[in-house]
Design a binder for this molecule. Structure first.
Ligand SMILES: Cc1cc2nc3c(=O)[nH]c(=O)nc-3n(C[C@H](O)[C@H](O)[C@H](O)COP(=O)(O)OP(=O)(O)OC[C@H]3O[C@@H](n4cnc5c(N)ncnc54)[C@H](O)[C@@H]3O)c2cc1C
Length: 495
């Protein structure tokens, strides 16, 4: 393998992970990244005294007990990363109160504590509550094998999961809520997340949290990406930033290099794209290797692409220690010009990460999910002044409702704000419509359509990254990079 050249498009988590795996196996890789820094969606930036965490709430595999921990160990010193563990995932304000007069629902991570809490607020639902928490308990020990690190007889244990996936995988939280008698709990389940979710996804997220294997990395996305970037450089990988790829050079149905935006061309023994799937298939390769079914994805439906975000970041000269780290509270209905309607505001207070702001100050982030990525991108392209004006008016409306919640003293302590939209995500990472996690898991497009790492008829080429499995996220970026590295090794060994 010594000296075999691999060109990797994109320096997000997938591209960096693939680069490290391949460097460790003796290949010479170059990552071409269009932005001035690597990380892709997993990034952050500074404004004055404040660092804004652009992405991660949790890294799956932060601790031992899940196969992803072993995967991280293969490429970085994951045990050397400092993580923060929360007692509660979130607090959600509901319209009505529980039987103790409390309007906040506590989404507690420890599964025994969560069960006791639910039984206390809704004793009449004890059977359904135990059905739910028992599912989380069933999944917890299986996380070590999902996905498998190596194939062994122990994997037989995974059979248990199949009936659960079949029934709970079809049911959304809104449908699940209907099985409960207590109206506070019913409403809480309906509002567990901003968007509708499959119950299997929720149970898995609970199992991760209950086992303490999905945690927030101190320093946020920027610090976490730096671990991978440093390791890649240490392994003598070449990282070229501000280096946008125009397209992939193909000779005799074989990828042989890249054409860069700056006019340069490269030659390689193998090309890997860790960039957006749609861009790779339709722009970098001009749709030439897309099957009939893939062509249907040239203009995918809004529902098939994972939500993007509008996010308002705020730097406040107050510690905010007394506030929950993550909450969704009721607001008077807020209609955004892209058509998104909000009845709750989701706010993160990074009062647990002192590296993001100096003593006595804190960074905050408001998250608004939207499927209207194209609307924002078009507005920015067509009319920059209107785009800026729209952002400003939304920001003002949000600050107004937040002032009602946090008080005027809070408002007077605001030092910096930064409002970003799907157009920002698209501009910096080229993800279709600014998608935050690739394809949407609700429609599970990968089951129906052939999203595979390779393309029919194209040799010496592979893809990895969050577009390869519906639901995306950093785990998919890492796992698909690991699989791509194995495939490249096997392919080039055979040459
Ligand atoms: C607000 C938010 C919160 C999130 N929270 C979490 C979380 O808590 N946990 C979790 O697991 N996931 C989370 N995610 C999802 C996660 O960030 C992504 O799924 C993951 O980072 C995707 O990594 P990737 O490498 O596959 O793709 P990307 O991050 O999109 O990387 C692709 C890279 O390719 C580059 N590129 C694209 N086109 C070109 C080109 N032509 N030439 C050169 N370079 C190019 C881009 O600039 C980018 O750097 C969150 C996402 C968002 C937006």
């Amino acid at each position: 393998m010594q000296g075999r050249r691999i060109d990797i498009i994109g320096g997000g988590i997938a591209g960096l992970s693939l680069g490290i795996y391949l460097q460790k196996s003796g290949f010479q890789t170059t990552i071409y990244e269009k932005h001035s820094m690597p990380g892709g969606l997993c990034t952050g930036w500074r404004r004055g005294d404040y660092t804004f965490n652009g992405c991660v709430h949790w890294i799956l595999g932060a601790r031992k007990g899940i196969s992803f921990h072993e995967f991280w160990k293969e490429i970085i010193d994951i045990d050397g990363v400092r993580f923060c563990e929360h007692l509660e995932k979130t607090q959600i304000e509901l319209k009505e109160a529980d039987r103790h007069g409390e309007r906040y629902f506590h989404f507690i991570n420890n599964i025994d504590d969560f069960e006791s809490y639910l039984l206390d607020i809704a004793p009449e639902d004890s059977k359904m509550i135990r059905r739910w928490t028992d599912k989380v308990r069933m999944v917890m020990p299986l996380l070590e094998y999902l996905p498998p690190v190596k194939y062994s007889m122990k994997l037989i244990k995974l059979i248990k999961i199949l009936p659960f996936m079949r029934s709970w995988g079809k049911m959304s939280n809104k449908e699940f809520a209907k099985h409960f008698k207590n109206s506070f709990l019913r409403s809480a389940i309906e509002n567990l997340y901003d968007a509708e979710m499959r119950m299997s996804v929720i149970v898995f997220a609970q199992a991760y949290a209950a086992k303490g294997v999905a945690l927030y990395p101190i320093g946020g996305s920027l610090a976490f990406t730096k671990c991978l970037q440093d390791e890649y450089i240490k392994q003598k990988g070449v990282l070229r930033t501000n280096c946008e790829v125009k397209d992939i050079i193909v000779e005799n149905n074989k990828a042989t290099g890249l054409r860069l935006k700056n006019g340069e061309t490269t030659t390689a023994d193998f090309v890997a794209s860790a960039a957006d799937w749609h861009w790779t298939v339709f722009d970098a390769l001009g749709g030439r290797f897309a099957s009939e079914k893939m062509l249907q994805l040239r203009n995918p439906s809004k529902e098939s692409v994972f939500y993007s975000y509008c996010r308002l970041f705020i730097g406040v000269a107050k510690s905010m220690k007394e506030w929950p780290h993550f909450e969704r509270f009721n607001i008077p209905t807020l209609c955004l010009p892209d058509g998104t309607t909000l009845q709750k505001l989701e706010v993160e207070v990074y009062n647990y990460d002192t590296t993001l702001a100096p003593e006595g100050k804190v960074t905050m982030a408001v998250n608004i999910l939207t499927r209207e990525g194209d609307w924002w991108i078009k507005l920015r392209t067509d009319d920059m002044a209107k785009y800026k004006e729209t952002k400003m008016s939304i920001e003002n409306a949000i600050i107004d409702v937040m002032t009602q919640h946090y008080g005027t003293e809070w408002r007077d302590s605001i030092e910096v704000t930064d409002f970003i939209t799907p157009a920002t995500f698209e501009r910096y990472t080229a993800n279709l419509r600014g998608s935050s996690q690739g394809w949407s898991p609700l429609t599970d497009i990968t089951k129906r359509l052939p999203i595979k790492p390779t393309l029919p008829g194209l040799n010496n080429f592979i893809m990895c990254g969050h577009w390869l499995e519906a639901g995306g996220g950093i785990p998919v970026a890492l796992y698909t990079a690991r699989k791509a590295a194995d495939k490249i090794k096997n392919r080039l060994k055979a040459d």
